[in-house]
Design a protein around this ligand. Structure first.
Ligand SMILES: Cc1cc2nc3c(=O)[nH]c(=O)nc-3n(C[C@H](O)[C@H](O)[C@H](O)COP(=O)(O)OP(=O)(O)OC[C@H]3O[C@@H](n4cnc5c(N)ncnc54)[C@H](O)[C@@H]3O)c2cc1C
Ligand code: SF4
Length: 484
């Protein structure tokens, strides 16, 4: 295969896979982007300038070898490109779809900085891995040695738990994953909607792990169906990867009215319907936006997923209230643009003051207050403060609260007061090894970082695995912890 001419950004414009028009895509929960043809993927890969210091790679939490796999892709060496892309990531096709690339790899691409538009790295990553699945290049999970005399218990089957499960199984351990849901995947399955990440993409990854010998114990809540102490005796090491699920509340009158619902209840119900499950709270209309005037409160990824789900369910109108302005939204700018294309209205610098009952006792309106940005707080973000006298009322029959998540009280839930937590309730771990205050018990993902990103959950699990391995080796051969 001939070597490709790189630096194509000088004559080729940036392109993403074509999006389906908003009018067509809002009737279903399928992903909004089409698949790339080979030529488009090669051309876009060849736009890379092969920088001496690849800032894209530096700002990718996985430090993916981006310029190298872009070059291989541009040369049409797709299988090698895929091998390289998957050498650092357990789920590149998922990150390619849902990483906020504008803040990570693509946001730091040098040709973006020079005004040419970043190399569309995420789309190439997705293309490579999808091509690999189609061609059978994604190899079955085969342990490199047999260490099945020792077992690891993993609590939580989200991206952190699944990543650790794969890498520990690869090292030969018996791996058991416990999750309170009936399907594995964590927020990949029940949080993130299908229009960002179609569910068969997640199911395919989980199936590969099952076929590789990983045992999933679903509908098993640790602290309820099995005790934490029991798991400690059952396994030689544990990893806690339970994510963060305590929804932040809005402390205003009417917060508990019927029709005011937490975002995750709403998204889980919608995702379950996508699987064809019976969901009484959806079927009764409680968690269904069809025909309703919907107001979503919040400005992060969760809020964006709610507004776009409501559009697809056939809401009469969808409005997002966010207390800061567009420039200060925590959610991805790309997702805001998608929501706007799909007909969502945004009320920037607006915060709810009260949820007002309607005639039926359900919520009927949101009374909101106009805000402005004041001085920066300790974190450097400008704080919203009420604008004197300014307010407005929005009619609403469904209000979705999407203000973010904190950690659940794990020491109490697990009946293990010695499990140390930070002042935010996340687990306190050693910065190098990810070991908690309990020997042989490690933690990774959102339960360590707080609500974050899939790619960081993968990274932390990947970093924890060599230390779990060393601890297991140490337990077997106390004199010489084997690092390999
Ligand atoms: C609506 C929404 C949209 C998002 N969109 C994006 C996005 O577009 N891009 C992105 O990068 N990130 C996104 N995120 C964030 C991302 O999903 C998380 O950062 C990531 O899933 C964290 O992975 P995790 O493995 O730590 O936890 P999770 O994915 O939360 O998985 C934790 C698992 O642990 C299980 N569990 C919890 N407690 C117990 C227990 N006691 N016993 C047994 N099992 C238990 C849970 O059931 C769950 O399956 C989004 C988050 C939300 C809520
Ligand atoms: S994992 Fe995320 S940040 Fe890293 S290259 Fe892929 S899309 Fe970019």
């Amino acid at each position: 295969m001939s070597s490709a001419a790189m630096l194509g950004f000088t004559h080729l414009s940036q392109a993403y896979p074509a999006k389906r028009p908003a009018g067509a895509r809002t009737h279903d929960f399928r992903e909004i982007a089409d698949h790339w043809a080979l030529d488009a993927a090669r051309d876009q890969s060849a736009r890379c300038s092969q920088c001496g210091v690849p800032f894209c790679q530096v700002h990718c939490p996985l430090q993916n070898h981006i310029p190298d796999w872009l070059k291989l892709a541009a040369e049409g060496r797709l299988e090698e490109a895929h091998e390289l892309a998957s050498s650092t990531s357990t789920m590149p096709e998922i990150c390619g779809r849902i990483c906020p690339q504008d803040r990570l790899c693509e946001g730091h691409c040098v040709i973006e900085q020079s005004g040419h538009g970043a190399v569309t790295i995420g789309a190439v990553e997705k293309f490579l891995t999808e091509t690999a699945w189609e061609n059978g290049w994604v190899r079955p999970l085969r342990p490199l040695s047999d260490r099945s005399g020792q077992s690891v218990g993993i609590i939580g089957a989200g991206p952190a738990g699944l990543t650790a499960a794969e890498l520990l199984r690869l090292r030969g351990y018996a791996v058991h994953v416990y999750d309170r849901h009936d399907r594995a995947g964590g927020l990949l399955t029940y949080g993130i909607p299908g229009f960002k990440l179609e569910k068969p993409v997640v199911e395919r990854r989980v199936r590969r792990l099952e076929e590789g010998g990983i045992r999933f114990h679903l509908e098993t809540e640790v602290g309820r169906d099995v005790t934490f102490a029991e798991l400690r005796t059952r396994h030689d090491a544990l990893l806690i990867a339970t994510g963060v699920y305590r929804a932040r509340e809005i402390d205003v009158p009417g917060s508990a009215l019927p029709g005011v619902v937490p975002a995750l209840d709403y998204l889980i119900a919608s995702n379950r319907k996508g699987f064809g499950d019976t969901v009484p709270r959806f079927d009764s209309g409680e968690l269904n936006a069809a025909g309703r005037r919907v107001v979503v409160v919040g400005g992060g990824d969760t809020a964006m997923d709610c507004v776009r789900t409501a559009v697809r369910q056939g809401a009469a109108s969808v409005t997002c209230l966010y207390r800061r302005d567009r420039a200060n939204m925590p959610g991805s700018a790309r997702e805001v643009a998608h929501a706007e294309e799909e007909g969502v209205k945004f009320r920037w610098l607006a915060a709810p003051e009260a949820f007002v009952p309607g005639g039926s006792g359900r919520v009927g309106a949101v009374r909101a207050r106009q805000m402005r940005l004041g001085l920066a707080d300790a974190s450097g973000r400008r704080m919203p403060e009420p604008e004197a006298g300014a307010g407005f009322t929005l009619e609403a029959d469904l209000v979705i609260k999407a203000l973010g998540f904190d950690a659940e009280p794990l020491p109490a839930m697990f009946g293990e007061p010695a499990l140390a937590v930070t002042r935010w309730g996340t687990l306190r771990v050693d910065g190098q090894s990810f070991e908690t205050s309990l020997p042989g018990v490690f933690a990774a993902g959102d339960i360590v970082r707080g609500a974050s990103l899939v790619v960081w959950a993968i990274r932390e699990a990947r970093d924890a695995v060599p230390h779990i391995h060393a601890s297991l080796q140490n337990a077997r051969h106390p004199a010489s912890a084997i690092a390999a």
